[in-house]
Design a protein around this ligand. Sequence first.
Ligand SMILES: [Zn+2]
Length: 405
Amino acid sequence: MNLPFSRTLCVCAAAATVVVMTATGVSAAAPSPSGAEAAAFAEAASPPVPMPANPQGMPAPTRPGNALDAFAGYQGQSACASTPSPGIVQLRALALQTYARGGTSPAYARSCASGGTSEHKDGRAWDWMLSYSNLADRKAAADFLSWLTGPGPSGVRGEMAARLGIMYVIFNHRSWSSYNREWSTYTGYDPHTSHIHISLSWNGARAHTSFWTGKVWATDYGPCQVFTSQPAVAPTNVARTQPCVGAVMSPRRSTLPFSWLGGGGDAVAVAQRSLRIPVTRLFDVATQRAVLQFQRNHDLPRTGALDKPTWASLQPASARLNVPDWTPREALAWAQGDAGSPTLHRASAGKSVYALQVALELPDQWRTGFFGRRTANTVIARQNAAGQTATSRVDSEFWSLLANR
Ligand SMILES: [Zn+2]
């Protein structure tokens, strides 16, 4: 799979503040003068180091079966994690154990608040500090990369990359991806002569691949984005093997500024006061945890970010509507008329859910346009009171029930 946006990827360590993160509506700092996001991947090229024909490689912890994992397509970062994924932790440990080089490189996920789109932010990337200018480092890099991208035991080129769920690697002015499977010139801001950048697919990140488990797993699509121009939900350990339904516009926005892990300032202090946690002005892990809890309690997508829908519930005075300012009766009339009594359920999102929340006369903080626990419990209570089967599912019968009250 060769996706068109595969050219705008990553960019590691030193290359902070490069790509403006339009996917989440986050405006990064001033664009890099190098324009590194442009044409980071170019034409086919020689490998970054001469490749040994018979690399030692890394020992698989289990014996993979004959089935080979699908080569990963590009899965861009749009979520923020505070910890590295299991796949990164395991890969790092095994690489350092096997080659005993580059051990100063931490696995930790990086600040989500600076720089562009990067799997370092959602826990799927690791910078292995092997220097091209150091002979022993270079030999380790050559062995690893030859093993990873060359023919595997079954003769397939890049077999071990598939078995590990590698999305792409970058080293010494070259990149290799699972969707191109050849070395290309890398022209990003950082030439990657001080480290190998490794990005994993979501299967790779969860260590749900044949290298680690001996079996091939269903494709993991990673966390979903619920609202357009807002982040995807924070990653969990649960695989998602169904594609996301498309993101929709949030019914509410806010005048307060976006912030997430690594951010800070006055707005973060405002949020910390509202969340009743210590006011540090820094968006740290404790703040992310409190935001996630708030989102869970207020029917908001669990992004862990002070995104627009979250601000609208946390600071109602800052909220602005992207939908009409309905009375409950008007919301119901719209839902049963224009919207055709839509079927809604847990995790539904958008204008219809907002209309439902208004029609149910939920408190303002819960009118988020996202069908979470609060909305479900209220629906169940109404169904019980009316003697209907309590499913939390909203259908034409339930809309009629609300109308005939
Ligand atoms: Zn990197």
